[in-house]
Write a protein that binds this ligand. Structure first.
Ligand SMILES: Nc1ncnc2c1ncn2[C@@H]1O[C@H](COP(=O)(O)OP(=O)(O)OP(=O)(O)O)[C@@H](O)[C@H]1O
Ligand SMILES: [Mg+2]
Length: 149
């Protein structure tokens, strides 16, 4: 179900499968660029990435990069990086881990907790906000980012 509200498009995500399905739908439209995934702990950011990577044909495990900071994937010779900045202590660590160089050598990048990178990161091509309240979850995507989903 899609509801358009002001300049955001809202997707209701009642089940884990809904979150994976939204990732799969976005995968058909965004082949390259920087995707920010915002939202509180456990809101479904990694789940959305899992659905996206599965739709691209990846059938291995999609693990949370919470401790490793980044998980790399190669799907049909396309380099994809999945970052999780939750554990960085200071935004300047973005430079220490060479994140900007990594962004240039990959085609598609997901970043969970982008706000931890403060202004050390470039602006995203797609900005997804996941929210939840008890068992109810939703995704907000800026309409200007979304053509036809
Ligand atoms: N729409 C949904 N409905 C119910 N459960 C969901 C939904 N989406 C994800 N989940 C479940 O919520 C849990 C947390 O999901 P996930 O790891 O994707 O969150 P996250 O936003 O990446 O969290 P973190 O900030 O800790 O990285 C998982 O057990 C996942 O299966
Ligand atoms: Mg996560």
């Amino acid at each position: 179900m899609t509801v358009t509200f002001e300049k955001k498009r809202i997707f209701s995500l009642r089940t884990l499968e809904d979150t994976e399905a939204l990732g799969a739908r976005l995968a058909t439209q965004f082949r390259q660029g920087l995707v920010f995934l915002r939202g509180p702990l456990g809101a479904g950011k990694t789940t959305l990435v899992r659905g996206w990577l599965r739709a691209l044909g990846f059938d291995g495990p999609v693990k949370s990069p919470t401790f490793t900071l980044v998980e790399p994937y190669e799907i049909d010779s396309v380099q994809i990086l999945h970052f999780d900045l939750f554990r960085i202590a200071n935004p300047s660590e973005i430079e220490y881990i060479g994140m900007l160089e990594h962004l240039e050598t990959s085609q598609l990048q997901f970043v969970e907790w982008p706000e931890r990178g403060d202004n050390h990161l470039p602006g995203p091509d797609l900005d997804i906000q996941l929210e939840y309240d008890g068992s109810y979850r939703q995704a907000l995507i800026s309409v200007e980012n979304v053509k036809e989903i």
